[in-house]
Design a protein around this ligand. Structure first.
Ligand SMILES: NC(=O)c1ccc[n+]([C@@H]2O[C@H](COP(=O)([O-])OP(=O)(O)OC[C@H]3O[C@@H](n4cnc5c(N)ncnc54)[C@H](O)[C@@H]3O)[C@@H](O)[C@H]2O)c1
Length: 259
């Protein structure tokens, strides 16, 4: 019996990176997958890959910053499958701009996607879990939510916010037998990190490749994470094995931050 057989897993940011890796991991373990993203073509590709693994999967356009868009997606999922067991809130952005270059608009955009988007999706899904008396929410924070480095002011602020939000959601879900946790990945080899490596590296006179190598050297495990390694921990947090684990912000960073 597959661990998530017949369960309904909703993943924001499913078109790429960690969200995509989660979609594939949950599909391999038998779940029905709702892929939510604004990148329609890549999102459909994720859903097709899931279906090729033998499960039902849908790609739904959803902008997590837009309450109506989130509500439409959640309604469509409930109409199709009648329940939601897991929400993985992975949609996010990171621009890698130093403080002086962060415009008010960019600050707001990052908070809208990385923090308000998590709030809106949690708010839409939590009542479903409460009514069922079961389920899990896993929100993507970051190592940057617990510590920080230059050129991540708005990103760090949003990711610290996700940890506080997740704790409160966990408190509200707990009496209903549902859980909420955050994961805090270290640098993970996705388009997001590769996309900003050159820009952030340039601040230290490094190329993108040199910056990625420096980040790997800084890590006790001497390498960066692969998306599937984050997905594995997220699957654990959604599984019956973590029923009594809630309100935590779990570092998945090769030992970079130990708390
Ligand atoms: N990659 C890392 O090193 C790393 C480390 C720590 C935390 N994280 C977090 O993990 C999550 C996933 O990161 P990733 O590396 O896979 O990034 P990614 O860029 O590969 O994927 C992010 C996805 O979010 C989607 N998205 C962006 N704005 C959206 C919106 N308004 N509505 C719906 N979808 C939207 C994008 O289209 C994309 O598919 C993010 O929250 C990120 O902050 C990543």
């Amino acid at each position: 019996m597959k661990r998530f057989a017949d369960q309904v897993v909703v993943i924001t940011g499913a078109a790429n990176g960690i969200g995509e890796a989660c979609a594939l991991r949950f599909a391999e373990e038998g779940a029905r997958i709702a892929c939510l993203d604004v990148a329609a073509e890549a999102n459909e590709e994720t859903a097709v890959t899931c279906r090729n693994l033998g499960v039902e999967a849908v790609a739904l356009y959803c902008d997590v910053t837009d309450e109506a868009s989130v509500a439409t997606a959640v309604t469509a999922i409930r109409e199709k499958w009648g329940r939601i067991d897991v929400l993985v809130a992975s949609a996010g952005i990171y621009t890698g701009a130093p403080l002086a270059e962060v415009s008010r608009q960019q600050w707001q955009r990052t908070l809208d996607i990385n923090l308000t988007g998590v709030f809106l999706t949690n708010q839409a899904v939590a009542p479903v879990l409460m009514a069922q008396g079961s389920g899990s929410i896993i929100n993507l924070s970051s190592m940057a939510g617990k510590t920080s480095w230059p050129a991540s002011a708005e990103y760090s602020a949003s990711k610290s916010g996700v940890i506080g939000l997740t704790r409160s959601v966990a408190m509200e879900l707990a009496p209903y037998g549902a859980t909420a946790n955050a994961v805090c990945p270290g640098n993970t080899l996705t388009d997001m990190v590769r996309g900003v490596a050159g820009k952030v590296g340039a601040l230290d006179g490094l190329t993108g490749e040199e910056w990625l190598q420096m980040r790997a050297n800084d890590c006790p495990m001497k390498r960066l994470a692969e998306p599937w390694e984050i997905a594995g921990v997220i699957a654990f947090l959604a599984s019956a094995d973590s029923r009594y684990l809630t309100g935590q912000a779990l570092e998945v960073d090769g030992g970079m931050v130990m708390s």
